[in-house]
Ligand binder design. Structure first.
Ligand SMILES: *[C@@H]1O[C@H](CO)[C@@H](O)[C@H](O)[C@H]1NC(C)=O
Ligand SMILES: *[C@@H]1O[C@H](CO)[C@@H](O)[C@H](O)[C@H]1NC(C)=O
Ligand SMILES: *[C@@H]1O[C@H](CO)[C@@H](O)[C@H](O)[C@H]1NC(C)=O
Ligand SMILES: *[C@@H]1O[C@H](CO)[C@@H](O)[C@H](O)[C@H]1NC(C)=O
Ligand SMILES: *[C@@H]1O[C@H](CO)[C@@H](O)[C@H](O)[C@H]1NC(C)=O
Length: 226
Protein backbone atom coordinates (compact mmCIF):
# COMPACT_ATOMS: atom_id res chain seq x y z
CA UNK A 1 0.00 0.00 0.00
CA UNK A 2 2.80 2.42 1.00
CA UNK A 3 4.71 1.38 -2.12
CA UNK A 4 1.69 2.19 -4.27
CA UNK A 5 1.43 5.63 -2.72
CA UNK A 6 5.14 6.18 -3.33
CA UNK A 7 4.72 5.15 -6.96
CA UNK A 8 1.84 7.60 -7.29
CA UNK A 9 3.96 10.39 -5.88
CA UNK A 10 6.82 9.46 -8.22
CA UNK A 11 4.33 9.43 -11.09
CA UNK A 12 3.18 12.93 -10.27
CA UNK A 13 6.76 14.12 -9.96
CA UNK A 14 7.41 12.59 -13.39
CA UNK A 15 4.44 14.41 -14.87
CA UNK A 16 5.56 17.68 -13.29
CA UNK A 17 9.11 17.23 -14.65
CA UNK A 18 7.87 16.32 -18.13
CA UNK A 19 5.58 19.35 -18.24
CA UNK A 20 8.45 21.54 -17.03
CA UNK A 21 10.61 20.17 -19.83
CA UNK A 22 7.82 20.71 -22.38
CA UNK A 23 7.46 24.23 -21.08
CA UNK A 24 11.09 25.11 -21.62
CA UNK A 25 11.07 23.54 -25.08
CA UNK A 26 7.96 25.42 -26.21
CA UNK A 27 9.22 28.63 -24.65
CA UNK A 28 12.35 28.39 -26.74
CA UNK A 29 10.59 28.35 -30.10
CA UNK A 30 6.85 28.35 -30.35
CA UNK A 31 4.97 28.40 -33.64
CA UNK A 32 1.29 29.27 -33.69
CA UNK A 33 -1.44 29.64 -36.26
CA UNK A 34 -3.76 31.33 -33.80
CA UNK A 35 -6.94 30.17 -32.15
CA UNK A 36 -9.01 29.03 -35.12
CA UNK A 37 -8.18 25.52 -36.30
CA UNK A 38 -10.14 25.98 -39.51
CA UNK A 39 -10.24 29.06 -41.68
CA UNK A 40 -13.04 29.61 -44.16
CA UNK A 41 -12.69 31.68 -47.29
CA UNK A 42 -15.07 32.53 -50.09
CA UNK A 43 -14.10 31.17 -53.48
CA UNK A 44 -12.25 33.80 -55.51
CA UNK A 45 -11.11 35.94 -52.58
CA UNK A 46 -7.77 36.33 -50.79
CA UNK A 47 -7.10 34.79 -47.40
CA UNK A 48 -4.39 35.17 -44.79
CA UNK A 49 -2.93 31.92 -43.50
CA UNK A 50 -1.87 33.07 -40.05
CA UNK A 51 1.40 31.99 -38.47
CA UNK A 52 3.57 33.59 -35.85
CA UNK A 53 6.49 32.32 -33.84
CA UNK A 54 8.06 33.45 -30.62
CA UNK A 55 11.60 32.99 -29.47
CA UNK A 56 12.91 34.13 -26.10
CA UNK A 57 16.59 34.05 -27.00
CA UNK A 58 16.19 36.01 -30.21
CA UNK A 59 16.59 35.07 -33.85
CA UNK A 60 19.37 34.99 -36.40
CA UNK A 61 18.54 34.08 -39.99
CA UNK A 62 15.44 32.20 -38.94
CA UNK A 63 13.93 30.56 -41.96
CA UNK A 64 10.38 29.51 -42.44
CA UNK A 65 8.45 27.50 -44.97
CA UNK A 66 4.85 26.73 -45.75
CA UNK A 67 3.98 23.21 -46.74
CA UNK A 68 0.72 21.98 -48.17
CA UNK A 69 -0.10 18.67 -49.75
CA UNK A 70 3.52 17.58 -49.11
CA UNK A 71 4.77 20.42 -51.31
CA UNK A 72 6.82 23.41 -50.22
CA UNK A 73 4.65 26.26 -51.43
CA UNK A 74 6.60 29.11 -49.86
CA UNK A 75 9.96 29.71 -48.26
CA UNK A 76 11.45 32.76 -46.65
CA UNK A 77 13.81 34.15 -44.07
CA UNK A 78 13.88 36.73 -41.29
CA UNK A 79 17.49 37.84 -41.21
CA UNK A 80 17.39 39.40 -37.76
CA UNK A 81 15.02 40.91 -35.23
CA UNK A 82 14.88 44.21 -37.12
CA UNK A 83 13.93 42.81 -40.50
CA UNK A 84 10.68 41.76 -42.08
CA UNK A 85 10.23 38.29 -43.48
CA UNK A 86 11.57 38.06 -47.04
CA UNK A 87 10.76 35.36 -49.51
CA UNK A 88 13.59 33.32 -50.99
CA UNK A 89 14.32 34.58 -54.55
CA UNK A 90 12.47 31.71 -56.24
CA UNK A 91 9.32 32.52 -54.22
CA UNK A 92 9.32 36.25 -54.89
CA UNK A 93 6.79 36.48 -57.68
CA UNK A 94 4.36 33.65 -57.25
CA UNK A 95 0.86 34.03 -58.62
CA UNK A 96 -0.72 32.15 -55.77
CA UNK A 97 1.10 33.20 -52.59
CA UNK A 98 2.83 36.28 -51.24
CA UNK A 99 3.95 37.85 -47.98
CA UNK A 100 1.37 40.47 -46.95
CA UNK A 101 2.72 43.84 -48.05
CA UNK A 102 1.59 45.56 -44.86
CA UNK A 103 3.51 43.17 -42.60
CA UNK A 104 4.71 45.03 -39.49
CA UNK A 105 8.08 44.65 -37.81
CA UNK A 106 8.15 42.67 -34.59
CA UNK A 107 7.13 45.02 -31.82
CA UNK A 108 8.69 43.19 -28.91
CA UNK A 109 11.50 41.41 -30.80
CA UNK A 110 10.03 38.18 -29.51
CA UNK A 111 7.03 37.48 -31.71
CA UNK A 112 7.51 37.28 -35.46
CA UNK A 113 4.79 37.17 -38.07
CA UNK A 114 5.27 34.86 -41.03
CA UNK A 115 1.64 34.73 -42.18
CA UNK A 116 1.12 33.94 -45.83
CA UNK A 117 -1.40 35.52 -48.16
CA UNK A 118 -3.18 33.10 -50.49
CA UNK A 119 -4.59 34.94 -53.52
CA UNK A 120 -7.83 34.09 -55.30
CA UNK A 121 -8.68 30.98 -53.31
CA UNK A 122 -10.05 28.14 -55.40
CA UNK A 123 -11.90 25.09 -54.16
CA UNK A 124 -8.82 22.98 -54.84
CA UNK A 125 -6.91 25.12 -52.30
CA UNK A 126 -8.89 23.55 -49.45
CA UNK A 127 -6.63 21.50 -47.23
CA UNK A 128 -3.98 21.63 -44.55
CA UNK A 129 -1.24 24.25 -44.46
CA UNK A 130 1.76 23.79 -42.21
CA UNK A 131 4.07 26.58 -41.22
CA UNK A 132 7.62 25.46 -40.35
CA UNK A 133 10.08 27.68 -38.55
CA UNK A 134 13.73 26.95 -37.98
CA UNK A 135 15.92 29.14 -35.80
CA UNK A 136 19.64 28.35 -36.21
CA UNK A 137 20.27 30.25 -32.97
CA UNK A 138 18.41 27.49 -31.17
CA UNK A 139 20.39 24.48 -32.32
CA UNK A 140 18.35 24.49 -35.53
CA UNK A 141 15.24 23.54 -33.59
CA UNK A 142 12.35 23.47 -36.03
CA UNK A 143 8.75 23.73 -35.03
CA UNK A 144 5.54 23.81 -36.92
CA UNK A 145 1.83 24.54 -36.69
CA UNK A 146 -0.93 23.50 -39.02
CA UNK A 147 -4.12 25.17 -40.11
CA UNK A 148 -6.95 23.85 -42.26
CA UNK A 149 -8.36 25.99 -45.04
CA UNK A 150 -11.85 25.47 -46.40
CA UNK A 151 -12.87 27.27 -49.55
CA UNK A 152 -16.63 27.76 -49.66
CA UNK A 153 -19.16 29.14 -52.15
CA UNK A 154 -20.54 31.59 -49.62
CA UNK A 155 -19.38 32.46 -46.15
CA UNK A 156 -22.05 30.82 -44.05
CA UNK A 157 -23.62 32.57 -41.15
CA UNK A 158 -23.34 29.23 -39.42
CA UNK A 159 -20.73 30.45 -36.97
CA UNK A 160 -22.93 33.41 -36.05
CA UNK A 161 -25.93 31.14 -35.65
CA UNK A 162 -23.90 28.83 -33.47
CA UNK A 163 -22.76 31.76 -31.32
CA UNK A 164 -26.35 32.95 -31.13
CA UNK A 165 -27.52 29.48 -30.12
CA UNK A 166 -24.80 29.22 -27.48
CA UNK A 167 -25.58 32.70 -26.19
CA UNK A 168 -29.32 31.97 -26.01
CA UNK A 169 -28.77 28.57 -24.40
CA UNK A 170 -26.40 30.04 -21.81
CA UNK A 171 -28.77 32.98 -21.34
CA UNK A 172 -31.70 30.59 -21.04
CA UNK A 173 -29.91 28.41 -18.51
CA UNK A 174 -28.94 31.44 -16.43
CA UNK A 175 -32.51 32.75 -16.69
CA UNK A 176 -33.84 29.36 -15.65
CA UNK A 177 -31.46 29.22 -12.69
CA UNK A 178 -32.56 32.69 -11.60
CA UNK A 179 -36.20 31.63 -12.01
CA UNK A 180 -35.60 28.44 -10.00
CA UNK A 181 -33.91 30.48 -7.28
CA UNK A 182 -36.81 32.93 -7.25
CA UNK A 183 -39.35 30.09 -7.11
CA UNK A 184 -37.34 28.43 -4.34
CA UNK A 185 -37.32 31.71 -2.40
CA UNK A 186 -41.04 32.14 -2.98
CA UNK A 187 -41.82 28.56 -1.93
CA UNK A 188 -39.64 28.92 1.16
CA UNK A 189 -41.37 32.20 1.94
CA UNK A 190 -44.82 30.63 1.55
CA UNK A 191 -43.76 27.60 3.58
CA UNK A 192 -42.46 29.90 6.28
CA UNK A 193 -45.68 31.88 6.28
CA UNK A 194 -47.78 28.68 6.32
CA UNK A 195 -45.70 27.29 9.15
CA UNK A 196 -46.11 30.53 11.06
CA UNK A 197 -49.85 30.23 10.49
CA UNK A 198 -49.78 26.55 11.48
CA UNK A 199 -47.92 27.55 14.60
CA UNK A 200 -50.60 30.11 15.34
CA UNK A 201 -53.30 27.53 14.68
CA UNK A 202 -51.54 24.97 16.83
CA UNK A 203 -51.05 27.39 19.65
CA UNK A 204 -54.64 28.53 19.42
CA UNK A 205 -55.70 24.88 19.41
CA UNK A 206 -53.57 24.37 22.46
CA UNK A 207 -55.18 27.37 23.92
CA UNK A 208 -58.53 25.79 23.17
CA UNK A 209 -57.47 22.57 24.84
CA UNK A 210 -56.37 24.48 27.84
CA UNK A 211 -59.67 26.22 27.83
CA UNK A 212 -61.36 22.85 27.66
CA UNK A 213 -62.87 23.60 24.28
CA UNK A 214 -60.99 20.82 22.47
CA UNK A 215 -63.63 18.29 23.25
CA UNK A 216 -66.43 20.37 21.83
CA UNK A 217 -64.37 21.02 18.72
CA UNK A 218 -63.87 17.29 18.14
CA UNK A 219 -67.54 16.72 18.59
CA UNK A 220 -68.28 19.45 16.11
CA UNK A 221 -65.90 17.90 13.62
CA UNK A 222 -67.18 14.38 13.88
CA UNK A 223 -70.78 15.46 13.98
CA UNK A 224 -71.22 15.83 10.18
CA UNK A 225 -69.69 12.37 9.62
CA UNK A 226 -72.19 10.60 11.77
C1 LIG B 1 -15.45 30.49 -57.89
O1 LIG B 1 -14.73 31.66 -58.19
C2 LIG B 1 -14.33 31.77 -59.55
C3 LIG B 1 -13.46 33.00 -59.67
O2 LIG B 1 -14.03 34.10 -59.02
C4 LIG B 1 -15.56 31.83 -60.43
O3 LIG B 1 -15.18 31.88 -61.78
C5 LIG B 1 -16.39 30.59 -60.18
O4 LIG B 1 -17.61 30.69 -60.91
C6 LIG B 1 -16.70 30.46 -58.70
N1 LIG B 1 -17.41 29.20 -58.50
C7 LIG B 1 -18.45 29.10 -57.66
C8 LIG B 1 -19.08 27.75 -57.58
O5 LIG B 1 -18.86 30.04 -57.00
C1 LIG C 1 16.13 26.57 -43.50
O1 LIG C 1 17.23 26.62 -44.40
C2 LIG C 1 17.97 25.42 -44.45
C3 LIG C 1 19.15 25.67 -45.32
O2 LIG C 1 18.78 26.36 -46.47
C4 LIG C 1 17.10 24.28 -44.94
O3 LIG C 1 17.82 23.09 -44.94
C5 LIG C 1 15.89 24.15 -44.05
O4 LIG C 1 15.02 23.20 -44.55
C6 LIG C 1 15.19 25.46 -43.93
N1 LIG C 1 14.14 25.32 -42.93
C7 LIG C 1 12.93 25.77 -43.10
C8 LIG C 1 11.99 25.59 -41.95
O5 LIG C 1 12.60 26.33 -44.13
C1 LIG D 1 -1.74 17.22 -54.06
O1 LIG D 1 -0.60 16.85 -54.81
C2 LIG D 1 -0.85 15.85 -55.78
C3 LIG D 1 0.48 15.47 -56.42
O2 LIG D 1 1.36 16.56 -56.45
C4 LIG D 1 -1.85 16.38 -56.79
O3 LIG D 1 -2.14 15.39 -57.76
C5 LIG D 1 -3.14 16.78 -56.07
O4 LIG D 1 -4.04 17.36 -57.00
C6 LIG D 1 -2.82 17.78 -54.98
N1 LIG D 1 -4.03 18.04 -54.23
C7 LIG D 1 -4.40 19.25 -53.86
C8 LIG D 1 -5.64 19.33 -53.07
O5 LIG D 1 -3.75 20.26 -54.13
C1 LIG E 1 0.49 39.29 -39.31
O1 LIG E 1 0.55 40.20 -40.42
C2 LIG E 1 -0.66 40.31 -41.13
C3 LIG E 1 -0.42 41.24 -42.31
O2 LIG E 1 0.05 42.47 -41.91
C4 LIG E 1 -1.76 40.84 -40.21
O3 LIG E 1 -2.98 40.91 -40.90
C5 LIG E 1 -1.89 39.90 -39.02
O4 LIG E 1 -2.84 40.42 -38.11
C6 LIG E 1 -0.55 39.72 -38.33
N1 LIG E 1 -0.70 38.75 -37.27
C7 LIG E 1 -0.39 38.98 -36.00
C8 LIG E 1 -0.63 37.88 -35.04
O5 LIG E 1 0.08 40.05 -35.65
C1 LIG F 1 12.34 19.39 -38.68
O1 LIG F 1 13.06 18.46 -37.91
C2 LIG F 1 12.75 17.13 -38.15
C3 LIG F 1 13.59 16.28 -37.24
O2 LIG F 1 13.68 16.85 -35.98
C4 LIG F 1 12.99 16.79 -39.62
O3 LIG F 1 12.58 15.47 -39.87
C5 LIG F 1 12.20 17.74 -40.51
O4 LIG F 1 12.51 17.48 -41.86
C6 LIG F 1 12.53 19.17 -40.19
N1 LIG F 1 11.69 20.00 -40.98
C7 LIG F 1 12.12 21.08 -41.60
C8 LIG F 1 11.12 21.83 -42.41
O5 LIG F 1 13.26 21.50 -41.50
Amino acid sequence: MAGGAGGGARGWLGVALVSLQLCSVTLALEVSVGKAAVIYVKNGTDVLLPCTFTSCIGIERANFSWISNSTEIFKGIIKNKDSKPEPYPEYRSLIKYEMPTDMALSKDNREFNVSLLLLFAEFSDSGKYTCFVKNPKEKNANHSATITLKVVVEMEKKDNTLTLIIVSVVGGVIGLLVLIMLIKKLVLFILKKTREKECLVTSSANDNTENGLAGSKTEQKSAPKA
